[in-house]
Every structure is written in structure tokens, then in C-alpha cells.
Design a protein around this ligand. Structure first.
Ligand SMILES: [Zn+2]
Ligand SMILES: [Zn+2]
Length: 283
């Protein structure tokens, strides 16, 4: 199986990463994609991809961090050793070009959920940072990995406006949640759809109107990905514990069940999808 979106580049894994990777391999996880949310975590994702043969990196600025990049709006100081100048997109380009194991630009997009820590980042700034990264992905010929929370229609608007910059296979939405209309729009644009452990939770998440299970039913198998978003979104029955890439197997089996497919067939489909979107062959 493949975990196409997780954050072993985040602090909670600093001490136990070797164990976590060993457990994932033992469970049958053949590739792990660590995703950046800032310049710092993007660099870390690339470092991990160099350290572990079965790891890849997707690099980008999460909309939640968009207001920490625009000059004059810095709400936190840059991490030690990293020069964040006005030219953050230039820095990101350097990171993306630093390794052939960078397979996409993400997680990028829009997020209108009000977080306790910093509320909602000004949507104007979010859009500016999103668009700059769509342009960068175009320049580097890389697919997108998109983050959307409560902003589906605006994300679709931006993508439609910049459709000329998208690849034929434009990329994927990670941790998908939206209306069926938004799902249809993004499938029509050619995007793939990632589901996480929260698909095993009962009921609707706050602010959502369609069950994730329903969205998976409406997503063709040849457009599906599974992911963990570790350390978050641990699937049932392990919910409450810190999530790890090995748990992608639980979500994969859950969706294979919904789709009435064997685990082997489902896994082969995921490998095919990974090759189609990210150009990586899994044996
Ligand atoms: Zn996300
Ligand atoms: Zn994430």
C-alpha cells in the first residue's frame, strides 16, 4: 500500500521515526509521501526522502501559513537557519529542485476553517499564495496536492481560472471533504481524490454536509488515493492514538469494502493511480 500524504516531517516523529518506518514496511506499506506545510517542513520532507529509499516529498505552503510569508504580515519569526525573505516562492522553487524525490507541490489550497490558534487567514492572502504555487508547479511540471477545508467552491474557482497551468493529470485533493457538486467538478477537471482515516468515523464532521463514505462511493476507483495525514486522523479502532503510516492499510481495507473489491485488487489500483499522477512505479 501507499501512504500518499503524511507528516513524518513533523515534530511528533522526531524521536521514533526509524521505528515508525520499520512498522510501516512490516505492515506492507511500500511508499510514504511526506508533505510540507511551510518552507521548514518542506525542507524536512526532502531530507527524509533522502534518508529513506521508500519515501518521497511533496513541498509547499499550507494556506494556514500563508500570512507568515507576505512581507509585513509575518506573524512568526522564521525557523533557525532559514532565511525567509520576500522571495518565499523562490525559496520553495529551490527546495523543489533540490531532489528528484520531490514529486509534487502541496499541500496548497484554501482553508476557511477557524482554527483556535490563528483563526482564518485572510482569504485574499491565501489565494495569492495558492496561485503562486500553481504557477510554480506549472513551471516545474509537477502535479498538485490540494488542501481544502470549507472552501471547496473557491478552490474550484481558482483551479478553473488557472486551468491552462494544470497538467493533463493535474494532481489530487488530499483528505477530501466537500459537497457532491464540488466532487463532481474536481473529478471533471481530472483530479484524484484522497481519503483518510476519518472515513471510518461515524457521522459528519462539523461544517460538512456529506458523509465521506458517500463521497468515496461517488469517486471511481481509478481516481482514489488513501492516506493517513499522520500524526492526525487515526482510523477506528485506533482512534485517539497518534496516527502512523501503517494505518493506511485500515483505511484501504475500509474503502475496498465499500467498493466491493478485494484488498489485492484495490492495492493494485492505488499503485496504478500513483504511477499515473506522480510517475512513480511501485513493485
Ligand atoms: Zn491538509
Ligand atoms: Zn496534511
Amino acid at each position: 500500500m501507499i501512504d500518499v500524504h503524511c507528516h513524518l516531517n513533523f515534530h511528533p516523529f522526531e524521536k521514533n521515526i526509524d521505528e515508525v518506518v520499520a512498522a510501516a514496511r512490516l505492515a506492507g506499506v511500500k511508499a510514504i509521501v511526506n508533505v510540507g506545510t511551510s518552507l521548514e517542513s518542506s525542507i524536512k520532507a526532502v531530507e527524509l526522502a533522502h534518508k529513506f529509499s521508500d519515501m518521497y516529498a511533496i513541498v509547499g505552503i499550507h494556506p494556514h501559513h500563508a500570512d507568515k510569508l507576505v512581507p509585513g504580515l509575518q506573524s512568526s519569526s522564521p525557523p533557525a537557519g532559514l532565511k525567509v525573505t520576500g522571495d518565499w516562492i523562490g525559496e520553495l522553487e529551490k527546495i523543489a529542485l533540490s531532489s528528484t524525490k520531490v514529486i509534487g507541490i502541496g499541500e496548497i489550497g484554501l482553508d476557511y476553517y477557524s482554527y483556535k490558534s490563528n483563526g482564518i487567514v485572510d482569504p485574499k492572502i491565501q489565494k495569492e499564495v495558492f496561485i503562486k504555487q500553481i504557477e510554480l508547479a506549472h513551471k516545474l511540471n509537477l502535479p498538485l496536492q490540494i488542501h481544502n477545508r470549507h472552501a471547496g467552491e473557491d478552490v474550484v474557482d481558482v483551479l478553473k481560472k488557472f486551468k491552462h497551468l494544470l497538467k493533463d493529470v493535474p494532481g489530487m485533493f488530499h483528505c477530501f471533504a466537500a459537497t457532491k457538486e464540488v466532487l463532481k467538478e474536481v473529478l471533471d477537471m481530472g483530479f484524484y481524490i484522497g481519503f483518510d482515516g476519518n472515513i471510518t468515523y461515524k457521522g459528519l464532521a462539523p461544517g460538512e454536509t456529506v458523509e465521506l463514505k458517500d463521497l468515496a462511493i461517488n469517486t471511481p476507483l481509478y481516481r482514489i488515493f488513501v492516506e493517513t495525514d499522520s500524526p492526525y486522523l487515526t482510523p477506528v479502532p485506533l482512534r485517539g492514538a497518534q496516527n502512523k503510516p501503517e494505518n493506511v492499510i485500515i483505511t484501504a481495507q475500509f474503502i475496498a469494502g465499500i467498493k466491493n473489491k478485494t484488498n489485492t485488487y484495490f492495492q493494485q489500483t492505488i499503485y496504478n493511480n500513483f504511477r499515473t499522477v506522480f510517475g512513480v512505479e511501485i513493485k
